[in-house]
Design a protein around this ligand. Structure first.
Ligand code: GAR
Length: 208
């Protein structure tokens, strides 16, 4: 059984997709053992409560320094003993010590086809604004393992989504979520839970 802790900052629709996947059985061999948010007002926390999932808010704002926050953050994660940490719209930089300790056990969902529209400053709606600004015709989402860089870790799954005439950043964001993110994040967790994902020479390999 894969014990998963999900880290969130906002609405939590990706968290919901994971909860639904576990409850419906499309994600197998997995239980969600906790949700952590850096934002006490995140609707994601309500979703966790509704489904009886342990949840906690831990925010850098409540600590004197980033080092103190990082130390407590790692302590909480270690106490919860996850097999996998899922960043589902989590907008806080993961402490390097956590990346080291949980190497290839932290995954992130990013709302673009990496290496396009990723890295520092590309998050949430900004990604879709940049894609429309550039005029690309295909966008999408990526699930990847987290390494020390920003959106640079081994890519596990990607899914493309077409841009349509009249798209606004908000409309495009919603389509990327519906057609890509809510599908590939649960799928990646199911693959990991069933031992189908390994990392070789810095690349994720999927065995069927
Ligand atoms: C999602 O679109 C996710 O891909 C994005 O934030 C949104 C969170 O939505 N993550 C990033 O931009 C990370 N760089 P949600 O709270 O409804 O799941």
């Amino acid at each position: 059984m894969l014990d998963v802790v999900v880290l969130v900052s906002g609405g939590g629709t990706n968290l919901q997709a994971i909860i639904d996947g576990v409850e419906s059985g499309s994600i197998t061999n997995t239980r969600i053992t906790g949700v952590i948010s850096n934002n006490k007002n995140a609707y994601a926390l309500e979703r966790a409560k509704k489904h009886g999932v342990r949840n906690q808010c831990i925010s850098p704002k409540d600590f004197a320094s980033r080092d103190e926050f990082n130390e407590r953050f790692i302590e909480v994660i270690d106490e919860w003993k996850p097999d996998l940490i899922v960043l589902a719209g989590f907008l806080v930089v993961i402490p390097p010590a956590m990346i080291e300790r949980y190497r290839n056990r932290i995954v992130n969902i990013h709302p673009s086809l990496i290496p396009s529209f990723c890295g520092t400053g590309f998050y949430g709606l900004k990604v879709h604004e940049a894609a429309l600004e550039r005029g690309v015709k295909v966008v999408g989402a990526t699930v990847h393992f987290v390494d020390e860089g920003t959106d640079t870790g081994p890519i596990i799954l990607q899914k493309a989504v077409e841009v349509e005439a009249g798209d606004t950043p908000e409309i495009l964001q919603k389509r990327v979520m519906q057609q890509a993110e809510w599908k590939i994040l649960p799928r990646a967790i199911d693959l990991i839970a069933n031992g189908k994902v390994s990392v070789c020479d810095g690349k994720a390999v999927i065995s069927q």
